[in-house]
Write a protein that binds this ligand. Structure first.
Ligand SMILES: [Zn+2]
Length: 251
């Protein structure tokens, strides 16, 4: 399976952190070919085969991978021994300090985020689209890691995977007003009568407010809608499409 490693997180050692692309799997159109989501209409056997391919590529047991039934919420689940591949939780963030347990976040335009603190040896995986960003899922996950594992936010290294950019994510005036009311005017771009939102700008602003500077964050600067040849895009692929994933695991 074709993957993109997070250079920042990988450079620290003790962790595997990467994002998948749409290439290197077995799914057929419109899920060609490395779709990892069961809920999008793809053949379950193909999705399972893709999970096996990814597990082999990264070197973990598929049963030790935990993914989420993502609901655009601010719900965070701490992964312990009771959670496994067959028991996904409804949530939008996973945290753990368990080694050899892979956390997965799936996306097709939303931002998949991986977090690692090498000192407290804790990791997180977050799904943040516009709704999640407005709800503060990323800062809430960092606070949850602080409470659960004594993770100091300033020690975290964070990786944003490919997501839809402000170039392509057009929103309506109601959502634009909501963004303004929340203090995120800097994430809006006005073009004649149209408005575009850059969700990563909101996320980086939230990190900055927690004292986490941009050099602690690496961003895959690829817009999923512009680059739907490489990634799945819910918008560019007219909604019927697969999901890429971010995966993080303590070694
Ligand atoms: Zn774009």
């Amino acid at each position: 399976m074709k993957i993109v490693a997070s250079p920042l997180l990988s450079s620290l050692g003790g962790v595997t952190a990467c994002f998948t692309t749409r290439h290197g799997g077995v799914s057929r159109p419109p899920y060609t070919s490395a779709n990892l989501a069961f809920h999008v209409g793809d053949a379950a056997a193909d999705v399972l085969a893709n999970h096996d391919l990814l597990a082999r590529t990264l070197g973990y047991e598929r049963s030790r991978l935990v993914y989420m039934r993502q609901i655009h919420s601010d719900r965070i689940v701490r992964v312990d021994e009771t959670v496994n591949f067959d028991t996904p939780s409804e949530c939008d963030a996973l945290i753990t300090d368990r080694p050899e347990t892979a956390l997965m976040v799936m996306s097709a335009d939303c931002t998949p985020i991986l977090l690692y603190d090498p000192l407290s040896r804790a990791i997180g995986a977050v799904h943040a689209g516009r709704a999640g960003a407005f709800l503060g899922i990323l800062p809430k996950t960092i606070r949850a890691m602080e409470a659960a594992f004594a993770t100091a936010p300033e020690n975290l290294r964070i990786s944003f995977g490919p997501s839809i950019g402000g170039c392509c994510y057009e929103i309506n005036t109601q959502i634009a007003a909501e963004a303004e009311a929340l203090g995120y005017r800097n994430a809006l771009r006005f073009e004649e009568k149209r408005v575009f939102l850059d969700v990563n700008t909101i996320l980086l602003t939230q990190l900055n407010e927690m004292g986490i500077s941009e050099e602690r964050v690496d961003v895959v600067r690829a817009c999923t809608a512009c680059r739907s040849d490489t990634y799945f895009s819910y918008r560019a692929d007219a909604q019927k499409t697969g999901r890429i994933a971010g995966v993080i695991m303590l070694r």
